[in-house]
Write a protein that binds this ligand. Structure first.
Ligand code: AMP
Length: 389
């Protein structure tokens, strides 16, 4: 039997998430449950017993060994690595070689927090199994199809090009997976469907997908731009940064931390969990209410903007922690948009579920869907396709 297992590694600065899938059993749309063999996370890398990424992967490998699924298992076909930033260089899943690693190292300035951790995970996995195909799947790749009009900022073009300042977009594996799953839910080919995907997790981004191809997305040079997020501000007048530096006396690093870690829902009301915000709103807490309203207002603006970008919208898909679970956010984001052909059915919206489902009214011209994302399955699928290709 051909090896059909794929180990997906998502290596962050202080954690290593892993999932082992059997691609002979994983089915698109079935949810990865069908092919998921095991998964887990090693946290607090850099502290105590988990000194570094090598120690973390050793821990994963020992755990897999205990389950008889170790890194040296003959069933293992490949390792798929999530890599945050592919720049303009990597727009496809890529078989990792020394040359590819060298190119990825050049991209570190674009994602100084994320890419070094991804590279550390790649390095230790290659040391453990140098013979095994390992594939990098980039969070930016799905957005590489954006036209220049959407991808470029109106900044002096030579300066922008010199420093790589443009819109790259992130959460690409999720937007790719969810836009395809939405087409399947509608019994259509991805090429037949125009979809607005709203990935609302702790990080949040929207994308406009025309016939399966991404034409715009809300995150930009970094994941800071766009929607209001758990701890990130999203869109902001860039002059606020000059103001905070000149008038507030803050350093660039302090402003970076403020906008990425202490803003968004957390900065507005002290909580970044939408469940907690919902509870506080029910008690009449005005700060929680304001945070929710700002979050939803921004979301509605993007729905309107991407409706105009696409011209014809067939579906709006909600995904990730907030998108999959918060009926209140979905309802508020699309309330009163009948003029755009968008009508949410209150009863279907309120029903919880773990599978892709429609929540639009039967009279709605635009299908509104809740589609659980599965980035690990998407990374495994792309990895397996490349190595068996
Ligand atoms: P993710 O980044 O996709 O894991 O999403 C995490 C976020 O989803 C959390 O910070 C919560 O705000 C949100 N979330 C998770 N479960 C629920 C729920 N039942 N209702 C509302 N929000 C939720």
């Amino acid at each position: 039997m051909n090896p059909s297992h794929v180990l997906v590694l998502n290596s962050g600065s202080s954690s290593l998430k892993y999932q082992l899938l059997d691609m002979a059993r994983a089915r698109p749309g079935s949810g990865s449950a069908a092919g998921r063999l095991t998964s887990g996370i090693v946290e607090r890398i850099g502290e105590g017993p988990v000194a570094d990424h090598a120690a973390a992967l050793k821990q994963v490998s020992e755990e897999l060994d205990r389950q008889g699924l170790g890194l040296d298992s003959p069933k293992l076909a490949a390792v798929g690595h999530r890599v945050v930033h592919g720049g303009t260089r990597f727009t496809e899943p890529t078989l990792i070689t020394d040359e590819v690693v060298a190119e990825m190292e050049k991209l570190v300035p674009l994602a100084p927090l994320h890419n070094p951790a991804n590279l550390a995970g790649i390095a230790v996995a290659r040391q453990l199994r140098p013979d095994l195909p390992q594939v990098a799947v980039f969070d930016t790749a799905f957005h590489a199809t954006m036209p220049e009009a959407a991808a470029r900022y109106a900044v002096d073009i030579e300066t922008a090009d010199r420093f790589g300042v443009r819109r790259y977009g992130f959460h690409g594996t999720s937007h790719a997976y969810v836009s395809r799953a939405t087409a399947r839910l509608l019994d259509k080919e991805p090429s037949e469907v125009n979809t607005i995907v709203l990935h609302l997790g702790n990080g949040a981004s929207a994308s406009a997908v025309r016939g399966g191809v991404c034409v715009d997305t809300s995150m930009g040079l970094t994941p800071l731009e766009g929607l209001v997020m758990g701890t990130r501000s999203g869109d902001l007048d860039p002059a606020a940064i000059f103001h905070l530096a000149r008038v507030g006396g803050m350093s660039i690093d302090e402003i970076d931390t403020l906008l990425n870690k202490r803003s968004g829902l957390l900065g507005l009301c002290g909580d970044n969990d939408m469940r907690e915000i919902g509870r506080r709103m029910a008690e009449g807490d005005p700060a929680a209410r304001l945070a929710f309203d700002i979050y939803v207002h921004r979301l509605r603006k993007y729905v309107g903007a991407y409706t105009a970008v696409l011209g014809r919208v067939d579906a709006i898909a909600f995904t990730a922690g907030v998108g999959e679970n918060s009926a209140a956010v979905r309802e508020a984001a699309l309330r009163g948009l009948d003029a755009l052909g968008i009508e949410v059915d209150a009863v279907s919206n309120a029903i919880r579920g773990a599978t892709a489902r429609l929540i639009s009214a039967s009279s709605s011209r635009v299908a509104v869907a809740v589609v659980p994302t599965d980035e690990e399955l998407e990374i495994a699928t792309q990895t397996y396709a490349l190595v068996t290709g």
